[in-house]
Design a protein around this ligand. Structure first.
Ligand code: SF4
Ligand code: SF4
Length: 102
């Protein structure tokens, strides 16, 4: 059975004014943006600073023991906006811009 976007609760629907650049938004492509852009209290990670456990290849160095906030994070339309960008710096900048955190 095919699930519609509506069935997904709009998680993959970009708001008006955003045109997701990539179909990748339904799957994590390990772009690293969500490990670098937001502040993460459980890790004492400030806004806009890559997590200390984020490897240069944008994978997690403690994947098996990552905190719940990381385990519960799911890809959404924002991934389609940030993941296609060429550098982690550009992805972080865009992520923060989307959430008006610049
Ligand atoms: S921003 Fe999205 S695609 Fe990039 S690492 Fe996070 S969940 Fe994966
Ligand atoms: S602990 Fe791992 S999954 Fe969580 S923010 Fe850091 S690098 Fe990302």
């Amino acid at each position: 059975m095919t699930r519609s976007v509506a069935d997904e609760g709009g998680l993959f629907d970009a708001p008006d004014g955003y045109a997701p650049r990539s179909a990748w938004r339904r799957e994590c492509t390990a772009c690293g943006a969500c490990c670098a852009a937001p502040d993460i209290t459980a890790l004492n990670k400030p806004l806009g600073v890559p997590c200390a456990f984020l490897r240069p290849d944008c994978l997690c160095d403690r994947y098996e023991t990552r905190p719940g906030v990381c385990r519960n994070y799911r890809p959404d339309w924002v991934c389609g906006e940030v993941a296609p960008l060429a550098t982690l710096e550009a992805r972080v900048r865009r992520f923060l811009q989307i959430y008006d955190l610049t």
